[in-house]
Design a protein around this ligand. Structure first.
Ligand SMILES: [Zn+2]
Length: 478
């Protein structure tokens, strides 16, 4: 009995360790998944959320979906796909969206027709202009990671992931520093495109508005596949979800949403044709239930906020009652669904449907720059004069203020933001509490004390306020 189970264990160990002997690309472990005959999925790494490239053999040739952010990898992938499918007649490349980690290797398929949503090109142009900044950031990041690894301070369970990230970042940087040129899509579409490849059809549906303005769903009915790009996953296979980390409405326009709903609805109605949902990164999985739940959530958000904007209702009041916990309890804690993402969705949609200018949206991009203080002062003055023109929430003002105070360490800017918070919400105990913290950080304890006391007048149950009042009184008496 003992011997038999020992033998079984040895056999198991032998099988379990087999994938370790698999091939590698640039020292990184490579994975090939055969989804079904004529369909393969390839990616690198065991930890980092890297792009999974899919390839499907058709009568007209091989159709590849997505490239990575390292063309060198795509060159290796192309060879592996050809080997796995037993042919080399590459015909089409389809990009699921315009993010760098889905289009940077397009040049490897320059001999193919490259198909994508019409918004992909603009995203690629922006991203290529941004290469010097990305390279600089990446260089700093690599240096930091190397130092951390050398210091031995990284926890044992994080070491392998950090080493993998370092190897991938190094390859990305090599590419960024090689003066790369973009290879744009050669055929684009807006709402829907059908690609007939003889025995296999590819139905491409516009689905922008959550992840980027260029996302598409790709339905391959003959293979029972729906490729969903980076829009969503309802299970993460590694602890770095990467692009799949947030499902939120954040990039579309009022014209895009009806198309997104229509296309998504059409795919739900064809659920019997879909055997497998394929996210754009290897470490995400998606079920029909997850796909449906996210659709119902999006649909509810769109119609409820459109109705609110039309009725001229109070957004802040609406948002207070429209929580994930109360309205969508089944989605609480589901991968990619967060309170912040939910609030981002509500705010973005309200802005789209009300036509008002978002305070936080206006400031985006100027944080950390020298121009911020002046820009914010002008915005604040205009906002206080024309309150109806703008749209803001308590969550916005708190978030912006604490971002300035804690992340950017811009105490004066944070105080100015919290002052505006108090001006716009004079009955908010949290506004006074936040402004108090600003002054306390700056070192004006007397002012901080007065503000904490005001906050406690409005909300005697403010525990943070009580704690600070006791602490400041003690400090002032010393
Ligand atoms: Zn993405």
């Amino acid at each position: 009995m003992y011997k038999k189970s020992f033998f079984l264990i040895m056999l198991l160990v032998a099988f379990v360790t087999l994938p370790c002997a698999a091939e590698s690309v640039e020292g990184l472990p490579l994975h090939v998944q055969k989804i079904e005959p004529g369909v393969v999925r390839v990616w690198v790494g065991d930890h980092v959320s890297s792009t999974a490239v899919s390839a499907i053999a058709t009568k007209k040739g091989i159709v590849v979906i997505d490239t990575t952010n390292i063309p060198k990898l795509d060159e290796a992938f192309r060879k592996i796909i050809a080997r796995e499918l037993g042919r080399g007649d590459f015909k089409y490349l389809i990009n699921t969206h315009g993010h760098v980690d889905h289009v940077s290797g397009n040049g490897v398929y320059a001999d193919c027709q490259i198909i994508a949503h019409e918004n992909v090109k603009g995203m690629m142009e922006e991203m290529f202009q941004d290469i010097p900044r990305r390279s600089e950031w990446n260089t700093g990041y690599i240096k930091e990671q190397r130092e951390q690894l050398a210091s031995g301070k990284i926890a044992a369970e994080k070491k392998a992931g950090t080493e993998e990230q370092l190897a991938i970042s190094t390859l990305i940087n090599e590419y960024l520093q090689s003066s790369p040129k973009p290879t744009f899509p050669t055929k684009t579409f807006r709402d829907k495109l059908v690609l007939d490849c003889g025995d296999v059809t590819f139905e491409l549906y516009q689905a922008g508005g959550t992840h980027t303005p260029s996302d598409i769903f790709i339905l391959v009915p003959q293979k029972g596949l729906l490729l969903t790009g980076d829009m969503m996953a309802d299970k993460w296979l590694s602890d770095t979800p990467g692009c799949l980390a947030t499902f939120a409405v954040r990039t579309g326009s009022a014209e895009d949403y009806p198309v997104l709903v229509k296309n998504w609805q059409a795919l739900i109605e064809r659920k019997d044709e879909i055997k497998q949902y394929v996210p754009g990164h290897w470490n995400g999985e998606l079920s029909f239930e997850g796909f449906l739940a996210r659709f119902n959530y999006l649909k509810a958000l769109l119609s409820d906020i459109e109705a609110l904007a039309k009725a001229g209702g109070d957004f802040n009041q609406f948002m207070t009652g429209y929580t994930l916990k109360d309205k969508f309890p089944a989605l609480v804690g589901s991968p990619g669904i967060t309170i912040q993402g939910h609030q981002m969705s509500l705010q973005h949609l309200y802005q789209v449907y009300s036509g008002k200018i978002s305070l936080s949206g206006e400031l985006q991009g100027s944080f950390g720059s020298d121009a911020f203080t002046a820009k914010f002062a002008a915005l604040r003055a205009d906002l206080l004069k024309n309150r109806d023109k703008y749209f803001y929430s308590e969550a916005d003002l708190t978030g912006l203020g604490y971002f300035l105070l804690q992340q950017l360490k811009k105490v004066d800017d944070a105080i100015a933001m919290f002052e505006l918070y108090v001006q716009l919400f004079p009955q908010s105990w949290n506004a006074y509490d936040s402004l108090a913290e600003g002054w306390y950080t700056k070192g004006d304890k007397k002012k901080a004390l007065e503000l904490y006391q005001k906050s406690l007048e409005l909300n005697p149950a403010n525990e943070n306020g009580k704690k600070f009042v006791a602490q400041i009184e003690k400090e002032l008496n010393n």
